[in-house]
Design a protein around this ligand. Structure first.
Ligand code: KG4
Ligand code: ZN
Length: 334
């Protein structure tokens, strides 16, 4: 089977072709990040407009990159992210996918963006073993997921307030480091003293949910009383608290569930310190660690095509009047 995937849920316009065996034949990602940078976050209206001009050329490049005829490609289905995400952005990808499906007479597959992220580790390690415990941490979501096989998942815990990436973005904005906040904080943290601030540990109990909103308040309050502190020390202290909570919950889940490996997914999975902590945790328990490359951690269409391939293989297709679902939760995906 060969599936074309289309992803436009946030600021990335992406298209990719994935074949059976989790082989990525092509993957094209165009980001409108530069347009949003000065606003301190993604501006939905601007993101939607950018998708409109980029979607056609991006799909064409993905098809040509896979050696396919862009007018009548030899694909079995068109998979598209129909939620969760920004409504105006989702609608652009969804409308394009429906038009291609209609014109080429191929079935349409609806993919949940979060389920897509769960397929990213498979694309770089097609032989990985299940069950797998995945920490999915991005700008909009932070959750622990148990995958019994590709496409069979159970959400074990999730954030009760902000997502981990959202916390990075808020602190970075407050420190004047721009958007997105993860990369500059990750970089600065390496030069700072992680013990400079005494940040409260959140969610110490045995539950597997996360919380990051109190952290920002604590950082702002403590830095206000310590004007001498350098920005690197603040970054290092904040990052240590985030990574500690993420790792503690991963370790807690490992005590309750038997798995063959650990995986990271979502933009925060690019974080250097988190990656080191997960490698150490896996090594300690004799488990495999699957850390996707930066391109595979952040939004792309190869992961959407992969999830679409799994649905298409089961004959799970969507009607052409499929609506966008901006709040579609992973729990509702089967
Ligand atoms: O998955 P993603 O590309 O987009 C969605 O939110 O779906 O994730 C983006 C998030 C942003 O909040 C960004 O600050 C964060 O991932 N991020 C990082 C790093 N790189 C990106 N957070 C921590 N450390 C990083 N190196
Ligand atoms: Zn994402």
């Amino acid at each position: 089977m060969r599936v074309l995937g289309i992803e436009t849920s946030c600021d990335e316009t992406a298209a990719a072709v994935v074949e059976s065996g989790w082989r990525v034949a092509s993957s094209v990602v165009e980001s409108s990040l530069e347009i949003h940078r000065d606003y301190g976050g993604v501006v939905p209206e601007l993101a939607g407009r950018a998708h409109l001009t980029t979607i056609g050329p991006v799909v064409r490049r993905a098809l040509e990159g896979a050696g396919l005829d862009p007018h009548d490609p030899a694909i079995d289905a068109v998979a598209v992210t129909s939620g969760p995400g920004l409504i105006g952005s989702l609608l652009v990808g969804l409308s394009a996918a429906k038009a291609y499906a209609l014109a080429w007479e191929r079935p349409l597959v609806a993919v949940n963006h979060l389920e897509g992220h769960l397929f990213a580790p498979l694309l770089e390690a097609p032989a990985l073993r299940f069950p797998l415990l995945t920490l999915l941490a991005s700008g909009g979501h932070t959750m622990l997921v148990l995958q019994r096989s590709a496409g069979e998942h159970e959400v074990l815990g999730e954030t009760i307030d902000d997502a981990a990436g959202e916390a990075y973005d808020k602190i970075a904005r407050w420190l004047g480091l721009g958007y997105p906040g993860g990369p500059p904080i990750d970089r600065l943290a390496r030069e700072g003293d992680a013990g400079a601030l005494r940040l409260p540990a959140s969610m110490l109990g045995p539950g597997l949910d996360f919380s990051f909103s109190g952290l920002k308040t604590a950082v702002v309050r403590q830095v206000g009383a310590r004007p001498d502190l350098g920005v690197a020390d603040v970054a290092a202290s904040f990052q240590a608290a985030v990574v500690e909570q993420l790792t503690r919950k991963l370790a807690g889940a490992l005590e309750r569930y038997e798995v063959a490996g650990l995986a990271l997914a979502g933009g925060v999975a690019a974080n250097g310190q988190l990656r080191e902590a997960v490698v150490a945790l896996a090594a300690d328990r004799g488990l495999e660690a699957h850390l996707p490359s930066r391109e595979m951690c952040t939004d792309n269409a190869a992961m959407i095509a992969a999830a679409g391939l799994a649905h298409a293989a089961r004959g799970d297709y969507a009607p052409l009047d499929l609506p966008a679902d901006p709040g579609w939760s992973l729990e509702a995906v089967h």
